[in-house]
Design a protein around this ligand. Sequence first.
Ligand code: 4AD
Ligand code: MG
Length: 434
Amino acid sequence: MTEHVQIRELAEHVGDDVSVLGWVHNLRSSGKVAFLIVRDGTGLVQGVMSAGDVSPEVWERLEGLDYEASVKVGGSVREDERAPGGYELSLTDLEIVGPSAEEYPIQLKEHGVDFLLEHRHLWLRTPRQVAIMRVRDEVVKAIRDFLYEQGFVNVDTPILTGSIGESAGTLFETEYFDLGAAYLAQTGQLYNEATAAALGRVYCFGPTFRAEKSKTRRHLTEFWMLEPEIAWCDSECNMRIQEGLVCYIVERAVERCRDLLENELERDLSKLASARAPFPRLSYSEAIERVQSLGSSIQWGDDLGAEDETLVAQDYDRPVFVYNYPKQAKAFYMKENPDDPRTVLCDDLIAPEGYGEIIGGSQREDDYDRLLARIREEGLPEEAYGWYLDLRRYGTYPHSGFGLGLERTVAWICGVPHIRECIAFPRTLNRLYP
Ligand code: 4AD
Ligand code: MG
């Protein structure tokens, strides 16, 4: 029995006889010599088999081999600069574990995106998609490490909720036994505000749902959001934490996924190197003036659209904060700005290169009467917010928090134009399959 090793571990096994379990990525044969590229999710390795070195039985197995068949190959590990990954296997054995049926749908040529999305379950196996999923994993790990070091406690919040978290316009509703409507969570924030009063600094991290009718490259109907909530923290403190977190994530991804980013995703890393604190800050009013001067028809009071965000971002080589938006453009829970009550103490963090808003954050309204007035103004069902208002009745406290969109952040770091590639099975307006 030879030792089963992952492809990424081959460097530690030069000269050893090993076996690799994986899938056939490519196969060429010249009649006497065959070149078999196997991938196992940790990398690619080329195996070279000479007809003279193996039994006729093993050699014949090459005949039955197609793209993506699962195989066990055995051989000795050689260092070879020219080989993909730097190591090569001199093959002495090949077993077909699971043959690949007929023609594998995804070939090494270009396919249309609809075709690829139909075959997402197979598309995920391609090196580019594997690279994106690995960067996503690193980003998630970096987020958790950063928050852990800063004393945050992970407390996850429900997906089935009874109160509207963000806006009535984009709710997924489902029937909940005898209790009427339940909504899929648009945010965990309201619950975080309760747990922050228990633990101080908390975060939830999970899927959130928006029935967005928009077909843009920045919108999914199901996306992952990181939401920290911080007791005794004002809007200024909130932005500093966001800045620190984003710098940390980018640095970690570049450090630990450099090869994937540079070679597989062809990301221009100089663009990420400039993502250093402090991030520039523009008040909403300054941002409006700037985008109007660049030709936007936006009026004071409107939320910034995707194009406006791109215009704001083009002046900078790193993410930019736009803070203190008009009340009417934002959610009911944001704290009124005492210096200009038309606005609220909030911020959006806009990524460079057209990736748009990656974070939305705010200081929360901690005054019972003002919060109740906002709930009524927005026409929200008051009875569903009794527990939320209680947080202002029993020891209200200044607090802030934010939501970072995971797929948008990963798209920016990877330089991937559309966020649908940044989640394994994207949910969009017209796609629920696979
Ligand atoms: O700005 P949003 O709507 O903020 C909230 O939900 C707050 N409750 C967060 C908080 O303060 N705890 O969403 C936060 C982020 C956006 O900046 C964006 O990155 C991402 O979530 N996002 C989406 N990502 C993909 N598809 C969508 N449809 C998204 N909607 C928001
Ligand atoms: Mg937002």
